[in-house]
Design a protein around this ligand. Structure first.
Ligand SMILES: Nc1nc2c(ncn2[C@@H]2O[C@H](COP(=O)(O)OP(=O)(O)OP(=O)(O)O)[C@@H](O)[C@H]2O)c(=O)[nH]1
Length: 375
């Protein structure tokens, strides 16, 4: 959870830096404009003033850069520092306009470019406040110019420019609201989609569980068991073997006939429980079908397999089943064999079945080993 938060934070921080670099493009353009206006003699300030634009630009942006790089920006309510970046840019833009000479009206559009950066981050009210601040900046510049007669411009032209700028700002505000609404809607859809995905994942898990589990005993079913054996066979090293035991409850039909189907179900559940508790964590017991079960032991020899199956057999034979009378005893028979990495599983299962048949024929309540070259 904490790691996820750290990752998300790093991603957001990278995005903030990207947006900062994008803003530097506008600064680059303005540096170029200053150089061109200065070189063509349109710049109305002194050389020192022309230099001061660069110093202020680089200085202010260096501060923002260090804040992002050191994570100092995270201490603020809005870590993207959008408002601060826009205000600094608006002030620098106004300062540039003061000396831009005849190209001033063309550079006015930069106010709108600067405000564009707030479209995603600022609320509608904050956005309006920043647009108003831009208009106040430019209005103040016009008033100062008029008062000190620094720039040859009639009041009507100045007011017209201010009005056009205000119209653009208004349009930007409307566009900003629209984009923000779209973004919020998209975010909402994204959240809903994630919730759907999560519940789908949960349902898939449930379905997979249902498809691989026997509902009566809660044990893995035949299909899951076969998949699992194949998977484990593929992982077997040279000379390693898996232990396989095919188990069948003795005279189970009789239990059903004598005590009812539900008593038979209880016995099946009871066997499942006994088998499970007598196996180690990575061993496996599955319901193979009907009253037939199968046990799989990871990397074991015949002695271990036999020992384990005998333990289950004895426990089962000594268990009293509450749904059966005191005198009734249930037993099981088992056929055992080993599985080698290169074996055919079908062949091994039929060999275990053959051994099971011998156990039944030999009087039941016992286990027999399939004897072949391996075993
Ligand atoms: N109660 C219950 N009985 C089941 C279930 N699945 C299979 N059976 C019964 O298990 C019995 C199996 O009988 P048989 O195949 O004749 O074998 P058996 O009576 O155990 O005799 P042996 O295997 O020769 O010892 C049948 O009567 C099936 O109806 C189940 O889920 N619940």
């Amino acid at each position: 959870m904490i790691e996820m938060d750290v990752n998300r934070q790093a991603r957001y921080q990278a995005l903030r830096l990207q947006r900062f670099y994008l803003a530097q493009l506008i600064y680059g353009i303005s540096y170029l404009i200053i150089a061109v206006t200065w070189a063509t003699g349109s710049y109305t300030g002194s050389n020192a003033m022309a230099m001061s634009h660069y110093l202020l630009g680089f200085g202010s942006q260096a501060v923002f850069f260090v804040m992002f790089k050191t994570g100092f920006n995270l201490r603020f309510k809005d870590p993207s520092l959008t408002s601060a970046q826009i205000i600094v840019a608006l002030l620098l833009q106004t300062y540039l306009l003061a000396f831009a000479g005849p190209v001033r009206s063309t550079i006015l559009v930069a106010y709108c470019l600067i405000l564009l950066f707030g479209v995603f981050q600022l609320s509608r009210i904050a956005y309006l406040a920043h647009a108003a601040f831009a208009l106040v900046c430019y209005g103040s510049l016009v008033v100062i110019n008029m008062h000190f007669e620094l720039y040859p411009q009639t009041l009507s032209i100045a007011l017209l420019e201010w009005f056009v700028l205000a119209c653009f700002m208004l349009w930007l505000t409307i566009l900003g609201s629209y984009i923000r609404e779209l973004r919020e809607r998209l975010q909402q859809r994204h959240t809903t989609l994630q919730q759907h995905q999560q519940s789908l994942r949960g349902m898939m898990e449930q379905l997979q569980n249902l498809a691989s589990t026997d509902t009566l005993t809660g044990l893995p079913n035949r299909r899951y068991f076969l998949d699992e054996v194949h998977r484990r066979m593929a992982l077997l090293g040279n000379g390693q073997t898996l232990g396989l035991a095919l188990i069948d409850l003795d005279h189970f039909k009789r239990i059903n006939d004598l005590y009812g189907h539900s008593a038979g179900d209880d016995v099946l559940q009871s066997f499942a429980c006994i088998a499970r508790t007598n196996l180690r964590g990575d061993d496996m017991v599955a319901r193979f079908g009907g009253e037939e079960f199968v046990v799989l032991l990871g990397n074991c020899d015949l002695a271990t397999l036999q020992h384990c199956v005998e333990r289950i057999r004895m426990n089962f034979a000594n268990t009293h089943h509450p749904s059966l009378p005191e005198s009734a005893h249930c037993t099981m028979s088992a056929g055992l064999c080993l599985i080698h990495p290169e074996d055919s599983l079908e062949v091994r299962i039929s060999q275990a079945d053959e051994a099971l048949y011998r156990a039944k024929a030999g009087g039941r309540n016992c286990s027999r080993i399939h004897e072949d070259v391996y075993a």
